[in-house]
Design a protein around this ligand. Structure first.
Ligand code: PML
Ligand code: MG
Length: 247
């Protein structure tokens, strides 16, 4: 099957980044998805873009890695204090000795465009460009049902994040990923790891706050760091979601 990667990003002088999305789809769905991503760029709540970029690249089937989605669990929390405590507990379960410091460093990722790549033990920052960070990209979801359709029209925070987290934590040197959305009206975030899967935490920030960011916690040597960054930014991944397994 011939496939294409499509990436859309939209911005305006006034707002900066407005919207971004990506898909890896069969050739026969290319026109339909281009249109949907264009609609998504034009109808975003953050405002009207004055710049929209749609990039389309052919993808060979042999280049794609197929991964099963991480198992999903949800921790219901009443407020931000409980939510952050839940993340801290998981960091401790993952035997990360400097868990509290990681929680503090997370704030530094709010101003970044991509994610922070942090050494899980020394807490040294490993991104080559600290402002840009690391952007995990070239990934999409494969599913047999209509979930995919609904996920493409408007933004489906959960499915897009599950795909990204599955790609990220599947790398042998990634210990965990932490994420808070930067969307002001989206307060659910997560901690993902091979050991505990994708753990949604229902309250990680106050409603209305634009502060969000990601940390990829890494453990390995210099060569493994280079390989990991290359995997995150270039490897094409399709994540197979079985909607019956979502809890
Ligand atoms: C984002 O806005 O890109 C992050 C979304 C986090 C989704 C968390 C969830 O609902 O599981
Ligand atoms: Mg966002």
């Amino acid at each position: 099957m011939n496939r294409y990667s499509i990436k859309m990003r939209a911005s305006s002088q006034e707002e900066g980044h407005i919207s971004g999305a990506e898909k890896i789809i069969p050739e026969e769905e290319l026109e339909q998805y281009c249109l949907r991503l264009l609609e998504r760029a034009l109808r975003h709540g953050k405002g009207k873009p004055d710049f929209i970029n749609i990039k389309i690249e052919a993808v060979n089937e042999e280049e794609i890695i197929h991964l099963p989605a991480l198992l999903v669990t949800t921790v219901e929390t009443e407020n931000v204090r409980e939510g952050r405590q839940a993340v801290l507990d998981y960091l401790r379960k993952l035997k990360l000795e400097r868990a509290e410091e990681i929680m503090d460093i997370w704030r530094q990722s709010y101003a970044m465009r991509g994610a922070m790549l942090l050494d899980a033990d020394s807490l040294k920052r490993l991104e080559p460009d600290r402002e840009r960070g690391i952007r995990a990209t070239y990934m999409d979801m494969e599913t047999e049902d209509e979930t995919k359709q609904s996920a493409c029209g408007g933004k489906n925070h959960f499915h897009e994040a599950l795909v990204l987290a599955t790609k990220v934590v599947s790398h042998p040197n990634i210990v965990a990923e932490l994420c808070i959305s930067d969307d002001p009206d989206y307060v659910t975030g997560y901690i993902a790891s091979k050991e505990f899967g994708y753990v949604r935490i229902t309250t990680l920030k106050e409603m209305g706050s634009p502060n969000g960011g990601r940390i990829f916690l890494f453990r390995g040597n210099e060569q493994e760091k280079e390989d990991c960054i290359s995997y995150l930014q270039k490897q094409k991944v399709l994540v197979h979601v079985d909607s019956k397994k979502e809890r």
